[in-house]
Design a protein around this ligand. Structure first.
Ligand SMILES: [Zn+2]
Length: 268
């Protein structure tokens, strides 16, 4: 039996579990039983835990790949060719869950969307479509031009036009959001191509001491930089503020930070 949504529908098994095969005790996180060696069922964990990477947007593709291929090797069908139907089913379930985790996290957009989902703040709907009449008319026009293109050169011209439009949109959309980051240095600031919005905790003196440097450099280069300092909050308040035992200041800063962030994203 395959259940792709396994990870999202059952509560996390935290306590001691027993092996389905030998009934011996087994760590709920173990992939294989330490007593009999049998493969254990795929557990309900999030995609980051599945690939044993930290729950973070800032992940390197090579690290994700290494984790994915490392785990995937352990569940290769060849290894289970001589095993029971139950073991084959478990290995397939692991492989499927790993694929889903990797497919979701490998692109920055997918990762951002999934992180927001985990935080209970989804911003992009799966089935989101446009009903903007201007955009639809433009798309129809381009499709028609493509259908009626007399030769390869005309098709190439349409493609170049579309690429230029995409590049325009990306430039217009781009913005950077920095959370309690220190001044990156003159060389890196010179490379910045988009507006930067900063989020800082009022008690984060080490970081905040470098805000004036960033302001000066960005102003000198004619670039937009808008820092916002949340009173009483500490370093890492977006994470700390979401904890059950968060201080009122961190919680308030986290909520205000989210509001501002979503507000800025909506305006783009
Ligand atoms: Zn066992």
């Amino acid at each position: 039996m395959m259940n792709k949504r396994d990870g999202q529908t059952r509560p996390d098994a935290g306590g001691p579990a027993s092996c389905w095969s030998c009934r011996g005790p087994v760590d709920p996180r173990a992939l294989f039983c330490h007593t009999c060696g049998s493969i254990q069922p795929s557990r309900p964990v999030d995609h980051f835990a599945r690939l044993a990477v930290r729950r973070d947007y800032d992940l390197k593709t090579v690290d994700l790949e290494r984790q994915y291929f490392g785990f995937q090797r352990r569940f290769h069908p060849d290894r289970f060719a001589a095993k029971s139907a139950t073991e084959k089913a478990h290995s397939l379930q692991h492989a499927t869950s790993l694929n889903e985790a990797y497919e979701t996290l490998k692109s920055p957009l997918g990762r951002a969307r999934y992180l927001l989902e985990l935080l209970g703040r989804p911003v992009i709907e799966e089935d989101q479509t446009t009903s903007d009449p201007v955009l639809l008319a433009e798309a129809l026009e381009m499709r028609q031009a493509l259908a009626e293109a007399p030769d390869a050169a005309a098709v190439a011209a349409i493609a170049a036009d579309a690429e230029a439009k995409i590049a325009d949109c990306q430039t217009a959309l781009a913005a950077a959001f920095v959370f309690y980051g220190t001044y990156p240095g003159d060389d890196q600031v010179a490379e910045i191509q988009c507006p930067v919005y900063g989020f800082y905790g009022g008690n984060d003196n080490r970081v905040n001491a470098t805000i004036p440097d960033t302001e000066t450099a960005m102003e000198r280069l004619g670039k937009l930089y808008e820092p916002e300092i949340y009173a009483g909050a500490g370093h890492g308040f977006m994470r700390a503020g979401a904890e059950p035992d968060a201080t009122p200041e961190n919680r308030a800063a986290m909520e205000a930070g989210w509001e501002r962030w979503l507000e800025l994203l909506r305006g783009m």
